[in-house]
Design a protein around this ligand. Structure first.
Ligand SMILES: Nc1nc2c(c(=O)[nH]1)N[C@@H](CN(C=O)c1ccc(C(=O)N[C@@H](CCC(=O)O)C(=O)O)cc1)CN2
Length: 297
């Protein structure tokens, strides 16, 4: 039995941050200021608080300015939109990110729509998703762009490969499919209503799993030699009583003997999300400063 490779997303993300640090030194030398990222956290969700803390720390580590805005879950839609308007007009701020999910009473789409598309480093604004769809330069959502970087690193040219994206969210599934189409893959988007998901997945040279259901994609579904990118981060009960652990959307222990390579959870796609966010902030800063964005990032 051959065992597939585990793709080291954590290591790849660390390498990307090192490259960014050099480009940021360059940016500071040319403009006399640091690129700035503003992160808005609404409410007390513990996982979101961890991600936001990590974002702030890594922003500073690569040499950028971090601005953090914590607001209570009780904030009104108008108050949040007012904050975003302020950040849109702040010349020190190149990137704005509102941590998701937002409390239920807030309209996520309206909040995203209020962000200046040039500062939308999450790539969630319809201007950026539209530009991605028609193949124009855009700020691209961080998780799918991170997945694409890992796939190209593993496979090189993706053209002509059969790709199945399981999940149709605006944050991962849809932009991931657009990116793979842009690489000339034959792309299928599968989802909760897809019939015979096992055989759809079995067609794929590339599987991107982003359904948010623990270990839903079984090892035997995977075509031998496929590359699997597991975007899922699901907290489940661990063997030890009272403890929890994180698992992906793919049953990795089964899949490992079918795949050429697979991303682990944790340590795969997750760390790429933050590294690409920093990359997008630098790109947004370069565009705003009238500089050419660094190539090969
Ligand atoms: N505005 C946004 N909100 C959210 C996004 C996003 O891209 N923009 N993505 C996720 C959360 N997220 C970043 O915000 C994120 C998720 C996971 C990781 C990560 O490194 N995960 C680790 C495991 C961490 C753990 O132990 O809990 C891993 O996979 O190795 C980073 C960022 C939703 N919201």
């Amino acid at each position: 039995m051959t065992i597939g490779k585990l793709i080291d997303g954590k290591g790849f993300a660390a390498g990307l941050r090192v490259q960014l640090t050099d480009h940021i030194i360059d940016f500071v030398a040319k403009t006399g200021r640091k690129p700035g990222l503003a992160v808005v956290l609404v409410g007390e969700d513990p996982a979101s608080a961890v991600y936001v803390r990590s974002k702030g720390k890594m922003t500073v580590e690569v040499g950028m300015e971090s601005f953090e805005f914590r607001r209570p879950a009780s904030i009104s839609q108008d108050e949040l939109l007012e904050l975003i308007e302020e950040l849109n007009g702040d010349p020190r701020v190149d990137g704005i990110l509102v941590q998701l999910p937002l409390p239920k009473h807030l309209d996520e789409q309206a909040v995203i729509a209020a962000i200046d598309p040039a500062k939308d480093v999450d790539g969630f604004h319809v201007i950026n998703s539209g530009r991605l769809a028609v193949g124009l330069p855009a700020l691209v959502p961080c998780t799918p762009l991170g997945c694409l970087m890992l796939l190209k690193d593993e496979l090189g040219d993706l053209s002509g490969l059969e790709a199945v994206v399981v999940g149709r969210s605006n944050i991962v599934g849809k932009p991931m499919a657009q990116l793979l189409l842009g690489e000339s893959c034959t792309v299928t988007i599968a989802h909760s209503r897809t019939r015979d998901l096992a055989s759809v997945v079995h067609r794929a040279d590339i599987v991107v799993a982003a359904v948010g259901r623990p270990e839903m994609i079984k090892g035997e579904w995977i075509k031998p030699g496929a590359v699997v990118i597991d975007v899922g981060i699901n907290r489940v009960a661990a063997e030890e009583e009272g403890k929890t652990k994180i698992v992906g959307d793919v049953a990795t222990a089964e899949a490992i003997s079918h795949v050429r390579a697979i991303t682990p959870v944790p340590g795969g796609v997750g760390p790429m999300t933050i590294a690409v966010l920093l990359r997008n902030t630098l790109v947004a800063a370069c565009v705003r400063a009238g500089l050419k964005a660094p190539e090969g990032l």
